[in-house]
Design a protein around this ligand. Structure first.
Ligand code: BDR
Ligand code: CA
Length: 336
């Protein structure tokens, strides 16, 4: 469990503004164990401007008492061309919210005059690393371009960060965007490798655990009936296209909640069972770009390749779902 004796853990969330990112942001806002200082935004599921708008939309719906600072970061991966997931998260990256109207026919999600701050995400990350040092946890929910850019700009300052909890990679299971790679690592493998070899402690929340926690559609609908809040309506709406993708392609009507799981494990590290490994990311593979390759051999050379990542290999799903329900639906109903 998180040690609350020192107060909530200061965090920065780095996100690419997609559907499961939205759920993760709401969880983080409602978690008393976390002090969400800022949200930095990166291109991934959708372009960075739309991703930043999506984050602001989520904040507008969740109405936190003290909204975190939102700063836009990198528009494209370090080396490779941009690659998005609009086919999975919807054309706006957030389930195509313009489709929804209320009973009178008015838009449920009208366009809002929202703008992120003028401050650059990389500067925000470096300032937080400088000021908060090892108290700071960075939680990443998208490609690692912002974090890698901050490391390339000032590695010594970034090495002050306590830990990075990263949703990315697939170590013992197949990928999701290719046979070998998970989406966030696939989009920017070069950035992922910069982070893995940075020396900053990394907890990797990959598909190994994400695929153990499928959220069925009927639970979203049941929660909407039980807690008919604006947040519950938004959760039902923004997950519709995403869940239809899983219904049509993966054989279950629901979705994996990759990014919320990273929040859960950042809150309570004991939710997951981990293994310390030396892990690299394939940046030049013909078929394996973005593959997370962990050396799990008995005769691995720990002197030259010491463990650099704590990989989550199993998760207590029962406890995670309890936390998920509390922080998404129940907390939103209390503050409604
Ligand atoms: C990751 O890719 C994105 O589509 C999701 O938001 C999540 O961060 C899962 O592979
Ligand atoms: Ca994401």
């Amino acid at each position: 469990m998180t040690d609350m004796s020192k107060g909530p853990t200061p965090i920065i969330l780095d996100t690419d503004g997609g559907v499961d990112d939205a759920l993760a942001i709401i969880m983080a806002l409602n978690a008393p164990q976390l002090d969400l200082k800022a949200i930095t935004v990166v291109a991934g599921n959708i372009d960075v401007d739309q991703a930043a708008y999506n984050v602001l939309r989520v904040l507008n719906i969740a109405q936190p008492h003290s909204p975190p600072f939102v700063a836009k970061g990198c528009e494209q991966p370090l080396v490779r061309a941009p690659f998005n997931a609009a086919g999975i998260h919807g054309a706006d990256g957030l389930g195509e919210l313009h489709r929804f109207t209320d009973a009178a026919g008015t838009a449920r999600y009208p366009k809002l005059p929202l703008q992120p701050s003028n401050k650059d995400a990389i500067a925000v990350l470096l300032e937080a690393a400088h000021t908060l040092g090892e108290r700071l946890t960075i939680i990443t929910l998208g490609p690692l371009t912002n974090i890698a850019t901050a490391i390339q700009r000032d590695a010594a300052t970034m090495r002050r960060v306590g830990r990075i909890v990263t949703m990315g990679g697939a170590v013992t299971v197949p990928g999701n965007i290719s046979a070998a790679a998970e989406f966030n690592f696939f989009v920017d493998p070069d950035a992922a490798q910069v982070v893995m070899e940075s020396g900053i402690p990394v907890v990797l929340v990959g598909l190994d655990v994400a695929m153990k926690a499928p959220l069925p559609r009927h639970r979203v609908e049941e929660h909407l009936q039980r807690y008919p809040t604006q947040v519950a309506q938004f959760i039902a709406d923004c997950t519709e296209i995403y869940m239809a993708f899983y219904r049509d392609n993966e054989g279950f009507h629901g979705c994996y909640v990759h990014d919320p799981l990273a929040i859960g494990i950042a809150i309570d590290r004991d939710l997951a069972q981990t293994e310390q490994v030396h892990l690299v990311v394939e940046t030049e593979g013909r078929f394996t770009t973005g593959m997370a390759l962990a050396d799990r051999r008995d005769r691995r050379d720990e002197a030259n390749n010491p463990p650099n990542v704590d990989v989550c290999l199993d998760v207590d799903t029962e406890r995670f779902w309890q936390m998920f329900d509390e922080l998404l639906w129940q907390a939103s109903a209390v503050s409604y």
